[in-house]
Design a protein around this ligand. Structure first.
Ligand SMILES: [Fe+2]
Ligand SMILES: [Fe+2]
Length: 422
């Protein structure tokens, strides 16, 4: 159909190229179906012309017309319960709310089952017991003694740090571990890469995505497997990993729109971003029970109470543990900063994870225990270089991928229909 001026656009037209605002902000991806709401926001962003192809055969989803008023009402109350309230004047959070309500309405209409609740038993603080004061180093040490990695992990870690190591060498190392190779091949063939031809060998996967990227994925997969073998008394690990995978997928989609060379880092960072929380729950459950009760009562994210009680948060703890396990610094720093991406470092990958964390909560994709998710601040949102209108397309793209990647990590056939309601 070609390039049309903004006044010629009609709801239902499909973008034939990624749409970027005059100031460089990513607005919508190629293939997105324009809604009347989209067209209005393009005018706000100063877009003059848009490349479109023929109209889609399918109607574009316009939230307000798709669902009954009683379903929309229930969806609104679900989203209000998740976030507690919306910070006034925050454009990104307003859009998160809108998309979250649409997703909740869709999920209710399709009778979709939700991942299980995070806590497996009543998790209440012991009355009056004094809180043990713990230095971060003690928790790091306790965890590092707790977890053991397979040999291949250390060899890959060494190869990553060696400037002499070649793609062929990395591929050979990984190929020796059949279970690891199988998971990595499934990842290489997943929607993350969207490769049309089947990737059937680790050598081919390494050539396709690069030796370093494949090594980072291999370390992440090994860490999940080692970490997963340790049962947690208090929490439902399906809920935890579902949240982690959702953050990984959403973070990967957000970062791919700005820099496709960092998607593996953001993906693995997402998978492991909250392991510090798990470590806190495992080693000091009484302190965490008190922290969770305080977060619920004050209606603030748990991460804020962690800082008050411990003097550090689960991101800092997780980052330190990953560093001790020999993960590349860029990955451990990413986990360390995921709740503080806008400090001196101004880390774009950490900002992508931070936004993904809030979106995963909005989509009700599992939990890592916080009664309320952190809101996306203007500063962090601006670091992603996305327009608020892009949240919708990020969520639609992620929705399809989260179940696929989750089942790939768990080695099962998760179809999203088996879990209990949260
Ligand atoms: Fe976190
Ligand atoms: Fe999280």
């Amino acid at each position: 159909m070609g390039t049309l001026s903004i006044t010629q656009l009609k709801s239902g037209m499909v973008l034939s190229a990624d749409l970027v605002a005059p100031n460089g902000r990513f607005i919508l991806p190629k293939g997105a179906c324009l809604t009347s709401r989209n067209i209005m926001s393009l005018k706000i962003w100063g877009v003059a012309e848009v490349a479109v192809s023929d109209r889609s055969d399918l109607p574009c989803e316009e939230d307000d017309f798709l669902y009954s008023s009683s379903v929309m009402e229930e969806a609104r109350s679900i989203v209000l319960r998740i976030f507690g309230g919306i910070p006034p004047g925050n454009r990104a959070m307003e859009e998160v709310y809108r998309v979250a309500i649409r997703e909740a309405a869709r999920s209710l209409t399709e009778n979709e089952a939700r991942p299980p609740v995070f806590f497996t038993q009543e998790f209440t603080p012991p009355p009056g017991a004094p809180l043990p004061k713990l230095a971060m180093e003690e928790l790091v040490g306790a965890e590092v003694r707790f977890v053991s990695f397979p040999d291949v992990y250390f060899r890959i870690s060494e190869a990553l740090q060696s400037p002499k190591s070649s793609i062929t060498h990395v591929a050979e190392l990984i190929s020796k571990d059949t279970a690891l190779s199988a998971t990595l091949l499934k990842l290489a063939n997943s929607a993350i890469y969207g490769v049309p031809a089947k990737v059937d060998s680790i050598q081919r996967a390494a050539a396709l995505i690069g030796g370093k990227a494949l090594s980072i994925l291999a370390l992440g997969v090994s860490a999940v497997k080692s970490f997963n073998s340790i049962p947690s008394e208090w929490v439902n690990m399906e809920s935890f990993w579902r949240h982690s995978v959702a953050v990984a997928v959403l973070g990967q989609i957000i970062s791919s729109r700005k820099n496709s060379r960092i998607i593996e880092k953001v993906f693995v960072g997402g998978i492991l971003h909250d392991i510090g929380r798990l470590v806190m729950l495992r080693h000091v459950p009484s302190v965490m029970a008190r922290a969770i009760a305080a977060a619920a009562e004050r209606k603030v994210p748990l991460v804020e109470i962690e800082r008050e009680l411990f003097g550090f948060d689960h991101g800092e703890l997780g980052g330190n543990i990953l560093e001790r396990w020999g993960f590349p610094r860029e990955l451990s720093d990413l986990v360390l900063l995921h709740h503080a991406p806008a400090g001196e470092t101004h880390s774009f990958p950490a900002a992508a994870l931070s936004v993904a964390d809030t979106l995963a909560a909005a989509l009700r994709q599992g939990s890592s225990g916080s009664p309320y998710p952190p809101a996306i601040s203007d500063e962090v949102w601006n670091m992603t270089d996305l327009s608020p209108g892009a949240i919708d397309s990020v969520v639609r793209q992620a929705r399809r991928q989260i179940s696929e990647i989750y089942s790939l990590f768990k080695g099962g056939d998760d179809d999203g229909k088996t879990a209990a309601h949260s």
